[in-house]
Write a protein that binds this ligand. Structure first.
Ligand code: NAI
Length: 334
């Protein structure tokens, strides 16, 4: 199947067939989410034990989904046939999902598709999208993609679910011509419940590929945010330093039940600016005084976190201070 213009193909043929590598927590969740929304999914792991575990994770999760979709009849005295109807509906949903998932340890078959005796199999065609969710190790991810690159059709798109590595670095595992069809699809744990996916493009990711990845997210009923290939993308860039701070659980649960933009408008942009300016001053003072350990303690902040934010500075200058002025980052009804 050489001579195909892969990018054009990706645009012309919507993705139906997805192969996921890594049957851990993430791979299992991604497989389930895709199968729930009609994609034909192959889940591949090097370990059959991991696949058994993935089967359990998916079974438990999909049973919960089915129960929510078709709740128990209200009354405990509901007639038997009504209970049976609910059970049948749940079974159809669960079997439908399992009918679209194939588990395998065969890397080549997972990418090329099976043929011959299995040609009526849903998964007989070559895969159109590979999502990698194996261990967070650059060399191992590169090696997998290099191998998969040998078996995949030209139009196949590759995506990594890495949390912290550079997508472009991982893409170095594949041949030059594939890199236009290489991006990031960063799902969150637990994938069936989490609405967000960060879609990452490198300098080499083509527009068609990026659009195809966004389209897959939309069809999985996920909210996609577009990200550049920077460390931690959006969520983990903020979340990981936050997670690295100890003893903050109660404080943050009770003190910050909003998104950061929403919260800044609520607090007031001027107040937020004062806080940042104050901390920056303290940090500067601490850096210039070796003796004053008390100042150093209070200023124990990563410098990058208290850098002036150009957007915040601009809005404050314009008098857009949040709820109290009717507009901050967002517009508010007074
Ligand atoms: P995990 O350790 O639960 O699962 C990884 C699986 O990959 C294992 O079952 C392992 O046998 C398999 N594997 C290793 N090499 C393989 C290969 N060459 N081919 C096929 N399978 C292979 O890891 P987890 O938590 O599911 O994470 C996977 C990826 O997703 C990592 O890149 C991680 O950074 C990322 N991620 C993790 C999140 C989390 O909350 N755990 C959230 C978002 C992304």
């Amino acid at each position: 199947s050489s001579g195909n213009d892969g990018a054009a193909m990706a645009k012309a043929t919507p993705i139906e067939r997805i192969t996921i590598f890594g049957g851990g927590l993430m791979g299992a969740g991604i497989a389930q989410s895709a199968a729930q929304y009609g994609f034909k999914v192959t889940l591949c792991d090097v370990s059959s034990k991991a696949l058994d575990n993935a089967r359990d994770i998916i079974s438990r999760s999909i049973a919960r989904v089915a129960k929510r979709a078709y709740p128990d009849p209200h009354s405990s005295s509901a007639p038997e046939h009504e209970r049976k109807r609910v059970e049948d509906q749940r079974r159809v949903l669960v079997e439908g999902v399992w009918g679209r998932i194939k588990l395998t340890t065969d890397t080549e078959g997972a990418v090329r598709g099976s043929s011959g005796a299995e040609s009526t199999d849903l998964h007989s065609e070559p895969t159109q999208l590979v999502i990698e969710a194996i261990v967070e190790d650059l060399q191992i991810k590169r090696a997998l993609f290099q191998r998969v690159d040998e078996f995949a059709v030209d139009g196949c798109i590759f995506a990594t679910n890495t949390s912290s590595l550079s997508v472009a670095d991982i893409a170095e595992g594949v041949r030059e011509s594939r890199r236009a069809r290489f991006g990031g699809l960063h799902f969150f744990n637990r994938t069936p419940q989490m609405k967000l996916v960060e879609v990452i493009r490198t300098d080499q990711t083509s527009e068609e590929t990026f659009q195809a990845l966004l389209d897959v997210c939309a069809r999985m009923k996920k909210k996609a945010v577009k990200c550049k290939d920077t460390p931690g993308f959006i969520v983990n860039r903020l979340l990981v330093p936050y997670m690295a701070e100890a003893d903050i659980d109660i404080a943050m649960k009770l003190g910050a039940a909003m998104g950061p933009i929403e919260l800044t408008d609520f607090v007031g942009l001027d107040t937020t600016k004062h806080i940042l300016d104050g901390w920056r001053e303290k940090l500067k003072a601490a850096q210039s005084s070796v003796e004053n350990t008390e100042t150093q303690k209070t200023a124990n902040l990563p410098a990058a976190l208290v850098e002036p934010s150009p957007m915040l500075e601009k809005l404050v200058k314009e008098g857009k201070l949040g709820h109290k002025t009717g507009e901050g980052f967002l517009k508010h009804r007074k």
